[in-house]
Ligand binder design. Structure first.
Ligand SMILES: [Zn+2]
Length: 348
């Protein structure tokens, strides 16, 4: 395993600073990468976060992942990149200084825009050496996501790993043009996208669920030893057949009436948009039956703003019950300090 010209031999762990374009203040910039190369051979997995610079739960998931004592018995190689968009994290922004969205510019190019060059660097130095990947995201600014996995569920290996992640909701999502996932797919690398929580916030449940999911995928890949006989087997996740965003029909102040994971029927009142005096009230209703997987937390809305994301399942009722049970199971968990370096990974 060679990154940035540095060799990381089996049994070694290395912190590597990948040089990226500096700032105009003559300040140098780097993308920090940690490579954990196990003693035994196995898959080469990248786990990355903050491709969108304001999405922070993944940064904490990777910090906890790297603290796991179980990594001393790793099979294969883990390449952890907690902060891909270093510029965006510094400025609390989703974007890069050239105002582009990195996740629309993969695989990038070394002669292109600043954003295209950053994408190219990640593809050349990291993706090109990996067999599998997990890309950690949250909702956009003021938008909260129910923890779920997005993946190409028609691809058998990707589907197997998505199920191993252990979240109740899987979204079979089309490849977005220019996303990391699309670039990886074209290189033959199965990638899961984990979504959980909100931009610029740490969400403890989304972090715990994400950490546990990454560990379970590593077990499914044979990178970490499986732990048989502890607790009940995880429930089968449910695959969403489609999803739709409900948008504001007019500008105003939103009073949301439904939370994440709630089941709604076509016509269910999701909220009310009103003027500040409450004189003009307009109901926002669900256009379809489904489960709320994302919602806007900011009450100030403009016409056209995305308010609620509703995923549709074969049985919305059983999904809602499963999501509620899953969420409450992750709210009050006992950490296992021996295994997880004092961090709150839920018991199995
Ligand atoms: Zn994102």
């Amino acid at each position: 395993m060679v990154i940035n010209g540095r060799k990381v031999a089996p049994g070694q762990r290395a912190a590597i600073e990948l040089p990226v374009a500096g700032l105009y203040t003559a300040t140098t910039m780097t993308m920090p990468v940690q490579v954990v190369h196990g003693h035994k051979p196995g898959p080469r997995l990248f786990v990355c976060a903050a491709i969108h610079g304001d999405e922070l739960n993944g940064v904490e998931i990777i910090r906890r992942l790297l603290a796991l004592k179980a990594l001393s018995r790793l099979h294969g190689t883990l390449i952890a990149i907690p902060i891909v968009n270093v510029y965006g994290v510094v400025t609390h922004s989703r974007y890069l200084p050239d105002r582009r969205d990195l996740n629309r510019f993969f695989p990038g190019s070394d002669k292109g825009s600043l954003t295209a060059r950053l994408a190219h660097l990640l593809v050349e130095e990291v993706l090109g050496q990996c067999t599998h990947g997990i890309d950690l995201h949250t909702g956009a600014l003021h938008r909260d996501n129910l923890p779920h996995v997005r993946a190409d569920l028609d691809h058998p290996e990707t589907e197997r790993l998505a199920r191993a992640f252990g979240v109740p909701v899987l979204l079979n999502s089309d490849l977005r043009d220019g996303s990391l996932r699309q670039a990886a797919d074209e290189m033959g690398i199965p990638v899961l996208v984990y979504e959980g929580g909100e931009a610029l916030r740490f969400d403890e449940v989304a972090i715990r669920v994400g950490l546990k999911g990454v560990v379970q995928v590593m077990r499914a890949l044979g990178m970490l030893a499986a732990k048989p006989g502890r607790g009940a087997p995880p429930k089968e996740p449910v695959e969403a057949r489609s999803s739709t965003w409900v948008r504001a029909e007019l500008s105003g102040i939103l009073r949301a009436g439904v939370g994440l994971g709630m089941r709604v029927r076509k016509g269910t009142r999701l909220g009310v948009i009103a003027d500040p005096f409450g004189a003009q009230e307009t109901e926002v209703t669900a256009p379809v039956d489904g489960i709320v997987i994302a919602r806007l937390n900011l009450p100030l809305v403009n016409e056209g703003d995305a308010l609620f994301h509703i995923a549709r399942f074969r049985s919305n009722e059983s999904v809602a019950a499963q999501v509620a049970e899953f969420q409450s199971a992750h709210e009050g968990v006992i950490p296992d300090p021996d295994l997880y370096g004092g961090e709150g990974l839920p018991p199995e």
